[in-house]
Structures are given as C-alpha cells and as structure tokens.
Ligand binder design. Sequence first.
Ligand code: GRG
Length: 291
Amino acid sequence: MKELISLIDKKLDEYLQIEYPEDIFKAMKYTLSLPGKRLRPIMCLETARMLGCDINKALPSACALEMLHVQSLIHDDLPCMDNDDFRRGKPSNHKVFGEANAVLAGDALLTFAPQLIIEKSKDLTFEQIVKILHEYTKFAGAYGLIAGQVVDIESEGGKLVKSPQETLDFIHLNKTAVLFRLAVRIGSICANADEKTFNELDDFATKFGLAFQIYDDIMDEISTFEELGKSIGKDKASGKLTYVSLYGLDEAKNKFKTLINECYGIINKYESKIFREILKKLEHRILGEEE
Ligand code: GRG
C-alpha cells in the first residue's frame, strides 16, 4: 500500500504544475498534497490490477479521482457549508488562500480532473475514455456528490422530505459511497471487466462507502484532532443527522460490522491483499477492542 501511495503522490505532483496565475495553482496543490489516505485512487488502481490490467493505464483516472475528492473537501470546509478551519491536519484551503480562491481552486480541480483523464490516458481506447468521463460527470454532479451534499445541508436545518433513515441512506450513498463506486467502476472499465464482475464490484464499493461514512461518523465521536486532522465532535454540536445520532454508538458499530462483513463476502472471491488490508484497518480502528 505504501508504494501505491508514493506512486499516486508522485503522479499528482507531476500532473499539476504551478503555472501563471500562481495563486490558483498553489491553492489547488495545497490541499491535494497534504497527507490524505488516498483511498479512492488506491481502490481504482487495485480494482484494475486485480482484474488483470496494468495499473499505469488507470493512473491518470486514479489521480483525477483524488482531485475530485479534494475539490469536495475544499468546498465542504467553506463557511457557507461545514465551516471547518482544519483539514488533513492543517488550516483549511480558505483559511490559507481566502474564500474566493478556495471556491475557484475547487472549481479548477473539478475541471482539471477530466482534462487530465483525456490528455494522459494514452493507453485507453476512446470508448473507455468516454465511458470514464460519463461516470465522472454523472457521479460528481446533481446525480451524485452534489445531491448528497444538498440533502446533508437540508437535513442539518431539520428539513426532511423523506424518513430519517431514507434521508441518511441518500446522504451516505451520494456524498460518500459515490466516489468509492466511481473508483471501482473506473478501475473495472480500464480492465474491460465483464458485466457480472462490474456489478459485483460496484456492490462492494457501495457497501464499503456506506461502512466508511458510518466509520467517519463514529470517529467524529471517539477520535481526536491529532488522529483525524480535522475538528471533531462537530456532528453532535451541529445536530447533524448521522448514523450515531439516529441509532446511537453501539447500533452504528453493529451496522458498520455487518457492512464490513458483506464487503469481505464479495472481495474474498478476488485476489486482493490491498482490499483486505483496507477493510482490516477500518475494522480494527472501530471494533479493535471487540475483536
Ligand atoms: C462536486 C461541485 C461539487 C461539489 C461537491 C462539497 C460537496 C459537493 C460534497 C461534500 C462531500 C464530502 C466532503 C463528503 C465527506 C466524505 C468523507 C467521509 C470524507 C473524508 O474522506 P477521507 O477520510 O479523507 O478519505 P482523506 O483526507 O484521508 O482523503
């Protein structure tokens, strides 16, 4: 996993060069180069590898995924959204570069990501690139990430159009699971996976994404700023709708455990040390004391 992270970091740095006007490129690079877990690009590359594809074919898309993820983090931290002063252990983008540049840096990452896929995916066919761009635009927009964020914000203000459970599922699926699905779906496209494999891995990514958001909600309760690199206890303070606020910590852990076991049920059919390592790490952090 360490080698994969180094490769992703190296490529992110190489793909995004500082040009004129420097302020925008510096703002884009700032949050991107802070130490994140790089889960989405890792999942994209590992899916491609485990299905027999050279990971170099998927590298531009994997880096584009991290750019999209970082864009969502920069915008999520803005005062008009979650209003967070810290991200990845350092001051948030808008705290360093100002709100206008943080908005623009997010927009620039969102648009640079597909540009990168088109310009650098030399070893993919046109058909594969079009399929990847279709997935990217669908999942990043109002049919994915943006929808999840809108309902999340609405729910914070107590505006629930659906039941709390349905609302929570919608938020988790669209705000979080969507990027893990995108990662695995793009990896599958790079590897020309058959329909059955494509759908099975998509199901794995959906369950993983739901488990990951519950993990994130639990960590907001039990972890520290030092471990997470961002403010903690904010969900509770803002009365946010989360699995923990709706069902309590124990039930959230049970749901997390069920989803992780379902993930193992799917991924154990494939040869992947890395996917099992990721599941183990999350499981250990949440259920360590119960294992
Ligand atoms: C696409 C235009 C456009 C807007 C995005 C702001 C927004 C709309 C969505 C917010 C999505 C969001 C921040 C979801 C939270 C998901 C989550 C659990 C993030 C933390 O991921 P980690 O732990 O972070 O993988 P690192 O820093 O390790 O990469």
